[in-house]
Design a protein around this ligand. Sequence first.
Ligand SMILES: NC(=O)c1ccc[n+]([C@@H]2O[C@H](COP(=O)([O-])OP(=O)(O)OC[C@H]3O[C@@H](n4cnc5c(N)ncnc54)[C@H](O)[C@@H]3O)[C@@H](O)[C@H]2O)c1
Length: 424
Amino acid sequence: MSEKTFGKTLSRRSFLKESSAAAVGVAGISVIGAPAILSGQNVNSRINLGFLGTGSRACEMLTAISGQTEKLVTDLCDIYPPHLAEAVKLCGNTKVRTYEHWEKVLEQKDVDAVVVATPLFLHVPMSVAGLEAGKHVLSEKSMGLNMKHLNQMLAAVQSHPDKVYLVGYQGRLAESLKMVKDLVAEGSLGRITQFYVHFDRNQSWKRDDLPAEWERVLNWRLYKEYCGGLLTEVVTHEIDAVREVLGIMPVNASFYGKVQIYKDGRDSHDSIVGAWEMEDGVLGVGTAHLSNASNGSGWKLLGTHGTVESNGGTVKIYWEKEARHLDSVGIQHKFTTIKLGQSLKESENPNNTPAKVITFEIDNDYDLSTAREFRHFYDCILNGTKPVMDATSCRDTSIAAFMAYASTLEGGRQVSRAEVEAAG
Ligand SMILES: NC(=O)c1ccc[n+]([C@@H]2O[C@H](COP(=O)([O-])OP(=O)(O)OC[C@H]3O[C@@H](n4cnc5c(N)ncnc54)[C@H](O)[C@@H]3O)[C@@H](O)[C@H]2O)c1
């Protein structure tokens, strides 16, 4: 186990304080420069990939991209030998190079791009080093552990405009999300006043029966030192989707967190609940827990004319029975046509058709959506284009999560965006 990477402890009240060392926030880039792959590192048009961290997500990725001929997995690195061995089996390259030390992967001249799939606290150190070593980087979500990390990452991305940096919010590429974005932009749901993001599971999140020296390494999600628990690990996907649709940021957050069920030594909460006050007067509720799976995971937008609910790739749209506000909005969309001044009640009687249910198979399939994420990464590398999950917008999603997380660490105190950003 690496002492360098698994060491320092972040105390309960020190989240904001710990994040206050450096301020290097800068604007994101809009166009990526010439891809390295075309400028010489690898003269083939194939992308050589190295993986930093080969735990469960990396193994899912290796399975999902196994049929992609655009890439070759040349290098794998993990400090836990069983995970490395599993990845070797899945990577599809009998000559794959393996390492314990991630820096070795970056030293390989023929590696074009690296995938960072380690615990959150390592994302930024590895991603920054990756860019500095001349590699394109696909980092798992979320972006970083604290504001200092986010600012370091953004600065590194800006200093390497010829490299692609993409954060693994694969949900942003979903067909369903694009449809909802259109519906909202066209005014189909009226004015959005509230949203609800949630992650509900009934599982401990703990890997049991580990030798003591591996407990914190492999149960990193349970400790503040390594991540922000439910908010940075899972609710972040749902926050990201809502932010992508609405294009707004929180102004304030008040959240509570508790270890309610799993009193096994963890210091990350197994239950959180709270609210964000957003720009444009929108209010949003966030909940997550590890003790009840009935709601699944997803998000919901509530507008004056209707509601849209998303779980995986399935979207449900409900119209309000009493909406009478359409004198100023005419709406035409492939799933709804409403004329100026027309009541939604007449065209979409909720008693007859309680919800429109639209399922997008590709979004529902974890492997397919992961494969799509990698294709987007390759496209950006080969065409020199900006990823949909770019540094600036992914930094904003992290800030929204940090605001809620910081509040949970201080018993629900209202935490402002300005305060969190100033801590960087
Ligand atoms: N986008 C998604 O849908 C999705 C889904 C699951 C996980 N994730 C993200 O993927 C990342 C990894 O999650 P996971 O479930 O695979 O966790 P995991 O614990 O299964 O894997 C992490 C791996 O990193 C290794 N590691 C730790 N320190 C290392 C170091 N210094 N050098 C090399 N390897 C090191 C560990 O040994 C482990 O094998 C997390 O950031 C998580 O949030 C994303």
